[in-house]
Every structure is written in C-alpha cells, then in structure tokens.
Design a protein around this ligand. Sequence first.
Ligand code: FMN
Length: 282
Amino acid sequence: MGKVRGNKAYNVLMVFFSATGNTKKIADRIQQKIESMDVTVTKYDITSYEDRNRTLALDEYDAVFFGFPIYSLRAPRVCREWLKRQEGNDKPCSVFFTYGGFGKEPAHYYIKKLLTERRFTLVSTAEFLGAHTFNYSGWQAAEGRPNQSDFEMAEDYAVQTLQRFKDGDIKAVCDFEKVKYTSEQLDQAEQFRFHVIKQLPTRDDKACTMCMLCETLCPTNAMNALKGEADAEACIACFRCIANCPDSVLHTNDIAAAWENKLNMHQTTKEAIDQMKSQIFL
Ligand SMILES: Cc1cc2nc3c(=O)[nH]c(=O)nc-3n(C[C@H](O)[C@H](O)[C@H](O)COP(=O)(O)O)c2cc1C
C-alpha cells in the first residue's frame, strides 16, 4: 500500500531496461527518493523478453519514468520497439539514460521525437555515467560508475522531475539541438558493435553447472545454454548473460587491444571520461 497524499496516492510507474545493472541502480535511487516524498512507485523491468510482451496498463499511473542504457547513441532498439507499442494519451513522463562515457546526444533528441509521436509529454531527461558494458571484455570506460556524485544527481533529477509532473501547467523538456545523424545513419552505426565484439557470448571450457540462467535472462531469446553460444542474428551484445553467469564461463573476444583506438576515435582519454559528470535536462 503506497503513501497517501490527501485522499489519493500519487502513482508513478518506473519502466526500465538494464542488462548489466547500471540503469537499475539509478532507477532504485530515484525510487527511494520519490517514495520519501509521498509517492507510490511501481517498478516494471522490461529487460526480459516476456516482460516486453505483456500489456501494460499505463492509465493506472499519474506519470512514468523510463530508464534505458544508451546503445549505439540511442535507447536500445528493443526498448524503442516496445515504446512504439505504447499510447501516452498526454501522460507526463521523463527518461533517464545511463551510458559509458562516449556518444550520447542523439539519445535525447530521438527519444523526445519518439515519445512525442506516441503522445507522451516529456518533461525532463537525464544522463548518468555507468561502467561501459564492454569493460567485461577489456575496455576501461567509466569504471566504478555510477558513483556517489551520480546518485546525488539522480536524487536531484527525481525531485525536479516530480515537481514538473505535479505542476498544474505541465512544462515540456527543452528542445534538443537537431543531431547530425539521421536514423538511417544510426542504424548503420548500430552494426559497429559487431566490428568490435566479433565473437558473441560463448561458453569456454571451464566447468558450467548448466543453471540455464544465461538462456532464461537473455532479453532477445538469443542464448542457447546447451550449445553455450548466442545466436548471431538475435544477440544484441547486451552482456546480460556474461554479467549474470554464476560460474563465469561466458566470454566474448578480448577487445582490450581496441581500447586505445576507441579513445582515439572519440578524441578522449580514460581520465577525461572519469571526470565526466551526469546531467539533467529540463
Ligand atoms: C551494444 C551496446 C552499445 C553501447 N553503446 C554506447 C554508446 O553509444 N555510448 C556510450 O557511452 N555507451 C554505450 N554503451 C555502454 C552502456 O550504455 C552503459 O554501459 C550502460 O550503463 C549499460 O547499462 P546497464 O548496466 O543498465 O545495462 C553501449 C553498451 C552496449 C551493450
């Protein structure tokens, strides 16, 4: 039973996708903060395939937070496809992203476009640093993030967004500068991950207890636990199987050698990424 304000609880839905846990950590912190402010929060995790195929009764909630990692400069394709099936009916919402310290701008621009098309009223967005998924295979981007300063920013974002949700005259988020990449160019960029992760999650010859978790958790039903490999067509390289394997027997190719190239390509350094700050957009 949620806390009651007047005679009606303010109900917020928190929808999130989190393959390796960063986005969930931020979602948990936002939840804690707004629950301390007389708000009922219902979490809805759409990382699993089955949960993305359930119908969601959005009407039951006053406002929605969406939390996504950034994959190839945008919200993951599976999340965008899920969003395209939702009807906003002018409901206020906000989106927070976690990302590994590289490209991110298109994510805000394109999520605003998509949510507006689905008739949601987007009141704010935010981006939080999160250890890069590819660190599991040898990169070193945003290690240890989200950290205390990211969590403090998440609390600030929660308070400011809740205020906007509850304002009688709901204010939309700022306009994001039109990005230089078209959706088609970004679709092509999405293939870049397979230039780096050439060998998709595969079991090595260490002892596997056959718990089947990799197969159960796979967001796209790509993993075959018996074969010990992911289907190349379906795998989105989210690393959920690798991050959750209790026996640590799954891996991709080692991409440590591609780390310097990645930094050079983005004209940045590991230290510069470590210094990056999470941000709120109102
Ligand atoms: C397929 C894929 C693509 C990614 N693309 C980007 C990107 O374009 N920019 C970036 O900074 N981080 C990128 N990342 C890193 C994630 O956004 C980051 O690690 C995020 O916090 C993961 O969230 P999670 O732990 O909730 O799954 C990518 C990760 C994956 C798996």
